[in-house]
Ligand binder design. Sequence first.
Ligand code: SF4
Length: 237
Amino acid sequence: MVVRAARATDLADLDGAVSNCFACPRLVSWREEVARTKRAAFREQHYWGRPVPGFGTPDARIGILGLAPAAHGGNRTGRIFTGDRSGDVLFAALHRAGLANQPTSVAADDGLTLRDTRIFAAVRCAPPDNKPTPVERDTCAPWLHREVGLIRPTLRVVVALGAFAWAAWWPVLRDVYGVRPPSPRPVFGHGAHWSGTAAPELLGCYHVSQQNTFTGRLTPLMLDDVFARAKQLAGVD
Ligand code: SF4
């Protein structure tokens, strides 16, 4: 896994390689079962049913780090945060921030493009109950690390969506930037900010899950504030 990820010479190479990863038996079985059984509303559609690559520009200054694809979202459409309610909220916010050319993301061929931004997940396959195991998280980490390594020349800020993504960032410091992660680790919170030398700044943001957005724990205004701050830190107009 580490070797396959490290061999990727550019993002297209990485995206192709990760799409053919079968390293986690439980997740492979789950992603394929979901793709076979489908949700009733999508039964006429062909599900992607494979690992979901990152999405966005290769010269991104802002990275958005999520947890994992949704079973009937990214695992169905093949694009991260696409085709589910979490993505509806996220891409509407990116559009308001001027980082996306349209406010919706419904299918891999819907014409969506991002500006200065790339979105990726800590775990690339949809997990049951949105809960990868620690072993699955660690097995998948080389894909994230290589992706960050490839956009390292421009990457200035990473927005971690939720505590899982926040925790997944620290090993990137060591493996990609050769920087020792802070100890103790900074605590995740909405609006949390970590800044170190020789590595991107890290911003915490509540995850755009329905659990958070339907209850008002995370509002559009709160998202707007996070992306305004990310743009400012990244030097994006
Ligand atoms: S979660 Fe990551 S490491 Fe595991 S099978 Fe999917 S892409 Fe491979």
